[in-house]
Write a protein of this length. Structure first.
Length: 236
């Protein structure tokens, strides 16, 4: 394994049917530059997700050739092809870094552990371990900040109705920040949320909702191309 190489990731077709991806506080601003961010309810708590589509089983940022056309690649995808899973060590189950076998090569790509004498932190394995550790820390922070927003009464259901080609489409099950209640916060509540960082998350979520129209445009351009029509507008 030490001499195995990691092939460059150029084909994202394995994500072609994924309409949302979980995002964490450390990437909120970057994700909001490209995707609308909303919240979904999971196990009695709210989880932030970036919308990759407005229809189930589609991802508007995976192109036909498998390339990724979003400006920002979420951290959850940058882990690939690595995952953390169980392995047996001396008969005991222990967590280990696992890699998709088809992404390994004897000749193509970077050495998993780098060349002899390489800085371990800059190897594919080192970079991935750092990303996983950082993302896990951000997951814990995100859960805490979302709980603060919920406790402050700032989260409300946000169903969307959008025009996709010639049809109206309803997107349900989403939650977002209640802007009216945000403006009505007492000075004490406002300061508390500002100090914790929850307030910044709230503002970024509200701002990111402007990406909905860009996502609608992606849908409509792609549908027009499939029908052999010239799109009425080009993506910026």
């Amino acid at each position: 394994m030490a001499k195995k190489r990691l092939k460059p990731l150029a084909d994202f077709k394995f994500l072609a049917n994924l309409p949302v991806v979980e995002v964490v506080v450390g990437e909120f601003s970057s994700a909001a530059s490209t995707y609308p961010i909303f919240f979904v309810e999971r196990e009695g708590a709210y989880t932030p997700v970036a919308l990759l589509s407005l229809i189930n089983d589609q991802n508007m940022f995976v192109e036909e050739d498998g390339s990724w056309s979003g400006y920002y690649l979420p951290a959850a995808f940058r882990r690939f092809p690595f995952t953390i899973g169980p392995t047996l060590v001396d008969g005991k189950e222990m967590p280990a870094l696992l890699v998709e076998e088809e992404m390994l090569s004897d000749t193509e790509g970077e050495l998993l552990y780098g060349e002899d004498g390489a800085d371990e932190a800059q190897t594919p394995v080192g970079r991935t371990m750092r990303l996983i550790a950082e993302t896990d820390r951000h997951h814990a922070a995100t859960r805490g900040l979302m709980a603060e927003l919920a406790a402050a009464g700032l989260i409300r259901g946000t169903d969307l109705q959008v025009q996709l080609s010639a049809q109206k489409h309803n997107v349900t099950g989403l939650f977002g920040i209640d802007e009216k209640k945000l403006q009505e916060l007492s000075d004490e509540e406002f300061l508390k949320l500002r100090k914790s960082g929850a307030l910044s998350m709230a503002y970024i979520q509200l701002q990111s909702s402007g990406q909905i129209q860009r996502l609608v445009l992606r849908h409509n351009v792609r549908d027009a191309v499939k029908r052999g029509e010239k799109p009425k507008a080009l993506l910026d």
